[in-house]
Design a protein around this ligand. Structure first.
Ligand SMILES: Cc1cc2nc3c(=O)[nH]c(=O)nc-3n(C[C@H](O)[C@H](O)[C@H](O)COP(=O)(O)O)c2cc1C
Length: 306
């Protein structure tokens, strides 16, 4: 078992040994998981979202548990791109696993500067978090309007030779429309979904549970929505899709793959079990063995509907 199945997958020119990655923001810069699992077993490591300058994030409380999920409002706290490249990237690269830098900016120019800075740094690809307000255009999220997302991806495409993964927001009228817009603008791959805006209230105190009042919902609660969106995007675009949202085990990951994802990212589950990525990988291998499937790629989009 294991040695007989081929788990490798190609995403926008990046060759991954297997399809299991961390999700941005849930394992810092990798070191938070290192004591619990062998990071070299991952298909890729996606790091916490990076901005040009360091950011302190929102004041606490900024995470609250809800049934089947978690609402967070970390506020994109991070050490900034320079400190990442100088202090974190070298040891991450020593692992021999592709490192994907998740980035976000307040305007198109900031995304482009980040993408340019990361060119040649050693990262294997960049993931654009487009669920961020465009400060120059009245604060509406880039990821909400297809034209805005298109223009952003087109400009980042011009700024870097690195593979671009565009991470879609679920907070849209039509996910197919968004997927097509960023594909047309030249993205190499799509990841989906980011968190869903949500809110929880402490009724005794009649106060919001988060300092920011509204936060982003993640975990199993959002998985059926994410699977549906992967399935819809898979019908609409040719670029590879990375599925993310509420994966707790191998069968959850397989749902995404059968719906059309060529790889998966795991976030919230790592807070419960920091070794979950390794278990998901092992479970996928076992499933393939059991079903006589030798190549992982043959599973992608294998949903039977009739
Ligand atoms: C604490 C926390 C921090 C996150 N930070 C980021 C981030 O910096 N950039 C980003 O694109 N997504 C971020 N996300 C979203 C996750 O990468 C993922 O898209 C989402 O949580 C759904 O997956 P999950 O249910 O497996 O956690 C964050 C999620 C959580 C829970």
């Amino acid at each position: 078992m294991g040695g007989t199945v081929d788990l490798s997958v190609d995403i926008g020119g990046m060759r991954l040994r297997n399809p299991v990655m961390t999700a941005s923001g849930t394992c810092g810069y990798g070191e938070e998981l290192a004591p619990y699992m062998d990071l070299r077993r991952l298909g890729a490591i996606v790091v916490k979202g990076l901005s040009l300058k360091p950011r302190p994030g929102n004041p606490p409380p900024r995470m609250t548990e809800v049934p089947s999920g978690l609402i967070n409002s970390i506020g994109l706290q991070n050490i900034g791109v320079e400190a990442f490249v100088r202090d974190k990237l070298p040891s991450l690269m020593d692992l021999g696993v592709p490192v994907i830098a998740n980035i976000f900016g307040e305007d198109v120019e900031e995304y482009c500067l980040l993408a340019r800075r990361l060119d040649g740094s050693g990262v294997a690809a960049i993931e654009l978090n487009i669920s961020c307000p465009n400060v120059k255009k009245g604060g509406m999220e880039f990821g909400r309007i297809p034209e805005e997302a298109h223009d952003l991806v087109r400009e980042v495409r011009r700024a870097t030779g690195l593979p671009i993964i565009t991470k879609l927001s679920p907070n849209v009228r039509d996910i197919k429309e968004m997927a097509m817009a960023v594909e047309e603008a030249g993205t190499d791959a799509i990841s989906l979904i980011n968190t869903i805006p949500a809110m929880a209230i402490d009724v005794e105190r009649r106060r919001p549970r988060l300092s920011s009042i509204i936060g982003g919902l993640s975990g199993p609660a959002i998985r059926p929505i994410a699977v549906r969106m992967v399935w819809e995007a898979y019908q609409a675009v040719k670029v590879p899709i990375i599925g993310v949202g509420g994966i707790m085990g191998a069968s959850d990951a397989l749902e995404f793959v059968i719906a059309g994802a060529c790889a998966v990212q795991i976030g919230t589950a790592t807070f419960i079990d920091p070794a979950v990525c390794e278990k998901v990988l092992k479970g996928i291998e076992e499933y393939m063995d059991r079903h006589g499937i030798r190549r992982f790629v043959d599973l992608i989009g294998s949903l039977e509907v009739s």
